[in-house]
Design a protein around this ligand. Structure first.
Ligand code: SAM
Length: 292
């Protein structure tokens, strides 16, 4: 539905109730209440088409490259020998697109709970979702990630990428000790888990970041956090968790091997990799104060 002769804005609160980010809406492309969440896709002149789930911006055509570079490439630069990948969530397709750029990867299983998200993204976010039609190694399953990891065999993946919504609604189960324990069990002996790890600026996000970090540190010997700049997420700076059984994200970085692959990326590079793990003091203090 084209918005004409009127001023329609979509706003998302970033703080509890006094800070918000607003987008002028040129077109309402899609609105749907699925069995799991409210799905909205809008058109904005600056950010292009963007998707909102349950009132939270998930992805925009303009800044998605940051999030999808940073969920994928750091782990691959630490272990370029990854062969078996599991993506949990990621219905827009951006994470599957980036990981499928590695010819050495043999299997890409993807478990997305909401088929309606995939269908809407296939229609309105083709720069990300076109991978679904193109990638033969991609095995897309419409299932709950929490249930899938509970039933998957031991040591069946080398890398798990949790590209989830926030820890509420369908995404809640993906921030539990049970989920992290099963991820640990189904990862190979030097497996890596990357998860959407919330923000460190607004109180609500800090609380979720601390809760997730405490649970991951209970399960994985290596539990680090790294940051990236996504303009449409709260405070413009967000974090991923890097959890592993053996690898240290800095000491085991294989910069020459990764650069040797010749992958062209718009955000990630192996220098930025080191910077992303070099956290500001206030974030170090937040994570250091976590009770495990
Ligand atoms: N970049 C976004 C963010 O950080 O907020 C995430 C994008 S991606 C669209 C999130 C996906 O996780 C959604 O498609 C949602 O349906 C999916 N999801 C939420 N809970 C899930 C679950 N329990 N199992 C599998 N997928 C889930």
């Amino acid at each position: 539905m084209l918005v004409k002769n009127s001023d329609v804005w979509y706003s998302e609160y970033h703080s509890e109730d006094d800070v918000k980010l607003s987008f002028k809406i040129d077109e309402v492309l899609h609105t749907e209440q699925s069995p799991f969440q409210e799905i909205q896709i809008f058109k904005n002149e600056t950010f292009g088409n963007f998707m909102v789930l349950d009132g939270y911006v998930q992805v925009t055509e303009k800044d998605e490259f940051v999030y999808h570079d940073m969920i994928t490439h750091p782990a691959m630069a630490v272990n370029p020998d990854v062969k078996r990948v599991l993506i949990i969530g990621g219905g827009d397709g951006g994470t599957a697109r980036e990981i499928s750029r590695y010819p050495s990867i043999e299997k890409i299983d993807m478990v997305e709970i909401d088929g309606a998200v995939v269908a809407a993204c296939e229609k309105y976010l083709p720069t990300m979702s076109s991978v679904y039609a193109k990638e033969p190694r991609l095995n897309l399953m419409i299932l709950d990630g929490l249930k899938f990891v509970a039933e998957a065999p031991d040591a069946s993946y080398d890398l798990i990428l949790v590209d989830s919504t926030d820890p509420a609604g369908p995404g809640e189960g993906l921030f539990t000790v049970e989920f992290y324990r099963n991820c640990h069990r189904i990862l190979s002996k030097d497996g890596i888990l990357i998860n959407q790890h919330e923000g460190a600026f607004y109180d609500g996000d800090i609380e979720e970041m601390m809760k997730a970090h405490a649970k991951i540190r209970k399960v994985f010997p290596v539990a680090r956090v790294y940051g990236f700049n996504t303009p449409t997420y709260a405070s413009g700076y967000w974090y991923f968790g890097f959890a592993s059984k053996t690898y240290d994200p800095i000491l085991d970085l294989k910069a020459d091997a990764w650069n040797g692959l010749g992958l062209k990326t718009r955000y990630y590079n192996t220098d930025l990799h080191k910077g992303a793990f070099a956290l500001p003091n206030y974030v170090k203090e937040i994570l250091a104060s976590v009770q495990v």
